[in-house]
Write a protein that binds this ligand. Structure first.
Ligand SMILES: Nc1ncnc2c1ncn2[C@@H]1O[C@H](COP(=O)(O)OP(=O)(O)O)[C@@H](O)[C@H]1O
Ligand SMILES: [Mg+2]
Length: 232
């Protein structure tokens, strides 16, 4: 479970202050698939970065399975990120010099352990996202949608508890977008990994079990959609 209480983030640029998040509170049960929506500049990426421990909030608290993770030392935060959290970004963020396979197993190697095990797991994960026949391809030899599915496999290498995806389909055509969203939905359904994703596309609500809408750094709407998404 992820519990957020009164989370605020103020960016200071010179004498200008931007209150990007303003007292946000909510709870995400384990296994949920949460969609965050809102206009450009409403604070979606800021919220995701605070939840993903990629930044530090100005005020408020985040509990990850009953442990407060808001004020841990940097080294503990890094380890927690590597072991428990996975990330998928709008621009894929794959290393161009590495193959799909190498991109996926690299974050596993960073935790120590046997390389051979991570290589096997990485190949299995690429198979899982439908890219079993692309593992030796370099990012430039893959379509945008394929690169994003490599990024999803990479996010899974250390069996995270939560995956954060910030507009994962923003650069994709509608067919690739559908494939990427279905990959995420299937993962959520099959492994019960909690997924929190940001989207611009109102249609993406169909993939979520709950919805948070932000405006000016505040939650203006919060819906539990589980009752209407029981399609399996
Ligand atoms: N690093 C930053 N420094 C200063 N202001 C920022 C920074 N990141 C975001 N902002 C501001 O915070 C607000 C929320 O931004 P963001 O979370 O990126 O919105 P969204 O993802 O919903 O488009 C915006 O007004 C933006 O200009
Ligand atoms: Mg954003």
């Amino acid at each position: 479970m992820l519990k957020v209480t009164n989370l605020s983030k103020i960016y200071k640029t010179g004498s200008v202050e931007v209150r990007a998040l303003d007292g946000v509170s909510f709870t995400v049960p384990t296994g949920d698939m949460v969609c965050i929506m809102g206009k450009s500049g409403s604070g979606k990426s800021t919220l995701l970065r605070q939840l993903g421990l990629l930044d530090r909030p100005t005020a408020g608290e985040i509990l990850l399975e009953d442990t407060s993770v808001t004020r841990l030392p940097d080294s503990a935060t890094s380890t927690l990120r590597l072991k428990n959290l996975g990330y998928v970004f709008q621009e894929y963020a794959l290393l161009t010099e590495l193959t799909a396979h190498e991109n996926v197993y690299l974050p596993g190697m960073m935790l120590g352990g046997r390389g051979v095990d991570y290589k096997k797991r990485a190949a299995d994960l690429l198979e899982l996202v439908g890219l079993g026949n692309r593992i030796r391809h370099y990012p430039k030899e893959l379509s945008g949608g394929e690169q994003q599915r490599v990024a999803i496999a990479r996010a899974l290498i250390n069996s995270p508890k939560v995956i954060f995806a910030d507009e994962p389909c923003a650069n994709l055509d509608s067919i690739s977008s559908k494939l990427v969203m279905e990959t995420l939905v299937n993962l959520n359904r099959d492994t019960r990994v909690t997924i929190i994703f940001v989207s611009h596309d109102p249609d993406d609500k169909q993939y979520a079990s709950s919805l948070i809408i932000l405006s000016d750094g505040k939650i203006v709407e919060q819906d539990d959609m589980r009752a209407v998404t029981l399609d399996d």
